[in-house]
Design a protein around this ligand. Sequence first.
Ligand SMILES: *Cc1c(COP(=O)(O)O)cnc(C)c1O
Length: 362
Amino acid sequence: MPKPKLFIPGPVDISEATYEAMRQPIIGHRGADFEELYASIQPGLRQIAGTSRPVFLSTSSAWGVMEGAIRNLVQKKVLNLCCGAFSDKWHSVAKSCGKEAEKIQVEWGEAIDPAAVEARLAEGGFDCVTLVHNETSTGVMNPLAEIAAVVKRFDDVLLVTDTVSSFSAVPTPVDDLGIDVLLAGVQKALALPPGLSVFTCSEAALERAASTPDRGYYFDFVEFAKNDAKNNTPSTPAIALLYALKQKVDEILAEGLEARFARHERTNAQVHAWGDKHGIANFAPAGFESRSLTCFATPEGLDLPGFIKTLRSRHNFLINGGYGKIKGTTFRVSNMGNETEATMQELLDAMDDVWSEVVASA
Ligand SMILES: *Cc1c(COP(=O)(O)O)cnc(C)c1O
């Protein structure tokens, strides 16, 4: 079978221009060529992140930096904001790192309430909060600005935000919102092959890291900062992926950030309209829907495995049949990365083509 075009919420479809960029000769990473490459990516990446500070490059998937943030920043106790598979797991990861951790848990499909965060932080004892901005498992986008404003009111509490599936798809302005660490893996909203993550680190977060014992080496934020000052990374980076990142950042700036945000809003609305047409409900509550993917509640009478299978065998498109404990009761369609109204329409037409065969007629 040919490889399907990916409309799952990560990894997503990679452009030919990105594959082409990765074909460039590998260079030594302790030399001028590499420093030049590293430096050339920074301005664009900082612009996308909305920060004047460096954006570090970690040769790992997002979980490396998510765990690293815990190891670097938590000295007293972390508050994990849990609303789905990724945010829930972050809480278990914090505990497995031997840290004291508490959580605010909402039902999957609900968003985090900033007032609840405020009330819990007011109890005291916390020095870090983890937030998954766009909970990819449920299609819920949390109110980032409101939660960041709450955390800012508490001195010495650092905010770590996972934007794996929202970075560059919607605004996540690090400096304006006062986000201490913002992180993203590149295989979702950035539409690059997996294996690389990007992250920012505030002055306060770096100071915290410097005084945290046992933070290890590979994800030591202080090492990242030291090497960044020389346009370099602590260990050998995924150089081919850095070529890809350079290509992507240039492409994003050429399109324009605002235009990119608007494109994601339009393609997401297209998917929502498809759901409305078929009377399918969004799993996320109104006002908190992700703009880079859509998580639908599986309607009664839909043969979901048959739907996904026929979409693939007849049209060579792959969508996702739900994640974790909502596998089967939900399904997800990604519009993140390179997709346009035209490419989304091809998918939605294919979904229409298959629909009547997989839904029990009333
Ligand atoms: C995919 C995803 C992750 C995990 O990324 P890995 O690349 O598997 O480490 C974390 N958070 C969110 C929101 C995700 O969508």
